[in-house]
Ligand binder design. Structure first.
Ligand code: 5GP
Ligand code: ZN
Length: 116
């Protein structure tokens, strides 16, 4: 399903430019436009969910696939030994700004602890 005017749906559909590093029939991964670490990739399901909360009834395999793609990309980027963070923001208190479920993969340098 493609939500009209959703920027990440457009990226998943190949209708909006992005530096895509991985794509299959369920998931797309691309560099964040404003990287907050040396490696900052976003992993999204191609299907539109506005957040993890909206995906509560989604196929669990799809959510697992997102995380496995994140882990594979971390290896590809060579940050699996130094470590990395995978995070998803949900709603106003988290600062979520794009309302299509996405997982941030962050690494390549020491990350600040910002847990709350
Ligand atoms: P959020 O704050 O919702 O967790 O994260 C949204 C992320 O999407 C931000 O890190 C922001 O830089 C990134 N972003 C927003 N618009 C675009 C875009 O058009 N292209 C790409 N590649 N990243 C985007
Ligand atoms: Zn979308």
């Amino acid at each position: 399903m493609t939500e009209q005017s959703c920027i990440f749906c457009a990226i998943a559909a190949g209708q909006q430019p992005a530096t895509v590093v991985y794509r299959d029939d369920r998931v797309t991964a691309f560099w964040d436009i404003r990287p907050q670490a040396k490696v900052h990739v976003l992993i999204i399901p191609n299907q539109h969910f506005s957040s993890l909360d909206d995906a509560i009834n989604a196929d669990p395999a799809l959510l697992g696939h997102c995380l496995q793609v994140a882990a594979r990309l971390a290896r590809e980027q060579g940050i699996h030994t130094t470590g990395y963070r995978v995070v998803t923001n949900v709603g106003p208190h988290s600062g979520q700004s794009v309302f299509h479920l996405h997982f941030h993969l962050l690494g390549g340098n020491p990350l600040r602890l910002a847990l709350g």
